[in-house]
Ligand binder design. Structure first.
Ligand code: NAD
Length: 296
């Protein structure tokens, strides 16, 4: 079993660290939130007073932080922890950030002789709790192989997308497509409803026809069509509009950076930002369905 430092014990990082503990790893945790630290301590982790203290002598350093500025600050900032990390350790950042920032961290750590991979996840809080996340990794092949020791205890599918930053690019390509599918499915269902169709019947028809897609199969956005999905629970739980809007912003940055033409991604971004600004940021992203409802 490995010695692991885990930094960032929020909605995702908390349950991910719990799964490492359940697998028998020796986990030392750090978060700015005392409540998050108390919870992981109760589950058997050691807790540190600082990130520098947490990483000392560990085989793996895993971070799960909100955004790029937190990740860059943690590793390379004025109080950055790079110099406290063992040269033999592998640093795994699982946060969703832009590929350029991931490369910046990779280069900064490489200058100190430390290996780094970006390993953003798909699967949300449910996947983090169940240990069924998909990890999409960017980095050297040997580091990807090395990471299996810990990633396989937190996820079911591990993909190697390419060099450092490639994990982030693949993740936002996926989420951009997902947002387009969700908005398109919502629009089609609302049009059917407006023309007198039962959304359950229409969903069954489209599921067996060429409009079939993941949102219809597993995550129908129309309340009452499926049990146990956010749309049937007032859009609570799941993947927040705030996070989808963030990921679409990252997707557009990547598109600009690479000169890619992404008109549907831009439209999805503007729809999700509008939906967010209308006060729906904390709802599940399938709540975009409400945006297309006919005004009474
Ligand atoms: P969160 O806000 O719940 O948790 C972030 C944690 O990081 C907090 O506990 C915060 O106190 C801590 N933190 C911030 N700065 C820190 C620092 N310098 N040192 C130590 N701890 C620090 O966020 P989350 O939902 O867990 O998401 C984390 C990342 O995962 C984000 O990049 C997000 O985009 C990505 N993600 C989230 C989901 C989801 O469904 N929530 C799904 C896939 C990917």
């Amino acid at each position: 079993m490995a010695k692991v430092a885990f930094i960032g014990l929020g909605n995702m990082g908390g349950p991910m660290a719990t799964n490492l503990l359940k697998a028998g790893h020796d986990v030392t945790a750090f978060d700015l939130s005392a409540a998050a630290l108390a919870q992981i301590k109760a589950e058997g982790a050691k807790v540190a007073d600082s990130a520098r203290e947490a990483v000392a002598g560990t085989d793996y350093v895993i971070s799960m932080l909100p955004a790029a500025k937190h990740v860059i600050g943690l590793y390379l900032g004025e109080q950055g922890i790079a110099s406290a990390i063992s040269k033999q350790a592998l640093v795994i950042d699982c946060s969703t950030i832009d590929a350029e920032s991931a490369r910046t961290v990779g280069i900064g750590l490489a200058e100190q002789g430390i290996a780094f991979i970006d390993a953003p996840v798909s699967g949300g809080v449910g996947g983090a709790k169940a240990g069924t996340l998909t990890f999409i990794v960017g980095g050297a092949s040997q580091d990807f192989q090395n990471a299996h020791t810990v990633l396989s205890n937190m996820g079911k599918n591990l993909f190697h997308a390419g060099a450092i930053g490639a994990g982030q690019v693949a993740k936002i390509c996926n989420n951009m497509l997902l947002s387009i599918l969700m908005a398109g499915t919502s629009e089609a269902l609302q049009m059917g409803i407006n023309n007198g169709l039962d959304p359950k019947v229409l969903s069954d028809i489209m599921l067996k026809s060429s409009g079939r897609n993941w949102t219809l199969e597993l995550y129908n956005p129309c309340p009452g069509v499926m049990d146990n999905v956010p749309s049937s629970k007032d859009y609570q739980g799941g993947f927040m509009v705030d996070l989808m809007a963030k990921d679409l912003g990252l997707a557009l940055e990547a598109a600009n950076h690479s000169g890619s033409d992404t008109p549907l991604g831009e439209l999805a971004h503007s729809l999700y930002v509008k939906h967010q600004q209308a006060g729906n940021g904390k709802l599940d992203f399938s709540s975009i369905f409400k945006m297309f409802a006919k005004a009474d």
